[in-house]
Ligand binder design. Structure first.
Ligand code: C2E
Ligand code: MG
Ligand code: MG
Ligand code: MG
Length: 275
């Protein structure tokens, strides 16, 4: 009987695994047809200067206008895409679209967009890909955008276990592209390690801003001080209230992003583009 039970459990496990694999395979094939059918779009969220309230940058955030499921947020398909070479195809599309968008805004309105940068999220697998540097060069060439106006956002996992990532970051920065470390504080990078990384900007994860705990606030202050000591710009993510913004002024954090300052919006709805 014990044997029978064991086999039963193994069959249930097998079935669950098969279902999981089938769901993933289906999602991958949907993403592929989504790319072919032009179902993805980018929304743009402003990054503002805390002191002047002026626009510093946009972050391009992908959405999937799925024919059956409606608007699908990135957390529902990017993690699966990251397990296959599909993430590199998505990344290439995002790079091309985002650089063309900023170039178009700049042509339409050079006075308010001349210094604005565009930030694009790059997954670990894509950063390790041998063709990334060429793809970035291509995107800049086709759009005509200056390399200094492109920011690549990467997360800490990239820096820990990919030896090629470091070489690619060096090449990208040699082109003039800026690199930003996203979601800082949620992973394993210590403040001391920041000094050695190939980065220009630190984005403090939104969970830190959310907390009213004095110890957490002291930690944010420490991150900002360390970043400045290492010559990094600092962006606070997830600013939702005036109170949080005031706190950033006190701490000396110069850049901020969040719903309070502007939500991610499609290109045609971004405030400055309409004016
Ligand atoms: P992220 O790069 O850390 O982007 C910030 C996320 O926080 C975005 O979620 C943004 O909409 C959200 N956010 C901004 N301000 C606030 C706020 O004040 N409150 C709250 N609660 N949320 C705020 P979104 O667009 O759903 O993207 C989630 C994640 O998906 C991104 O996190 C990024 O890791 C990934 N992602 C998005 N677009 C791309 C892409 O084009 N390529 C890749 N590889 N990943 C992407
Ligand atoms: Mg980001
Ligand atoms: Mg982030
Ligand atoms: Mg994130």
């Amino acid at each position: 009987r014990a044997k029978g039970n064991g086999r039963g459990r193994a069959e249930i496990f097998d079935q669950a695994l098969r279902t999981e694999l089938e769901i993933r395979a289906q999602l991958e094939s949907d993403i592929r047809s989504g790319l072919a059918g032009d179902e993805f779009e980018l929304h743009y969220q402003p990054v503002m200067s805390v002191a002047t309230g002026s626009l510093r940058s946009y972050e391009a955030l992908i959405r999937w206008r799925h024919p059956q499921r409606g608007m699908v947020p990135p957390n529902e398909f990017i993690p699966t895409a990251e397990e296959s070479p599909l993430i590199c195809e998505i990344g290439r599309w995002v790079l091309a679209r985002a650089t063309q968008q900023l170039a178009a805004w700049t042509r339409q309105d050079p006075d308010s967009h001349g210094d604005v940068t565009m930030a694009v999220n790059i997954s670990a697998r894509h950063l390790a890909s041998p063709s990334l540097v060429e793809e970035v060069r291509d995107a800049l060439h086709v759009s005509g955008l200056d390399a200094r106006r492109l920011v690549l956002e990467i997360t800490e996992t990239v820096l820990l276990d990919e030896p090629t990532a470091d070489a690619h970051l060096r090449d990208l920065r040699a082109l003039g592209v800026t690199v930003s470390l996203d979601d800082f504080g949620t992973g394993y990078t210590s403040i001391g390690q920041l000094q050695k990384l190939q980065i220009d900007t630190l984005k403090i994860d939104q969970s830190f801003l959310r907390s009213d705990d004095p110890a957490t606030q002291a930690l944010v202050r420490l991150m900002v001080t360390a970043a400045h000591a290492f010559n990094l710009d600092v962006v606070a993510e997830g600013v939702e209230t005036q109170e949080q913004l005031d706190r950033l002024v006190t701490i000396g954090c110069e850049l901020a992003q969040g719903y309070y300052l502007g939500r991610p919006k499609p290109a045609q709805d971004t405030e400055i583009a309409v004016s």
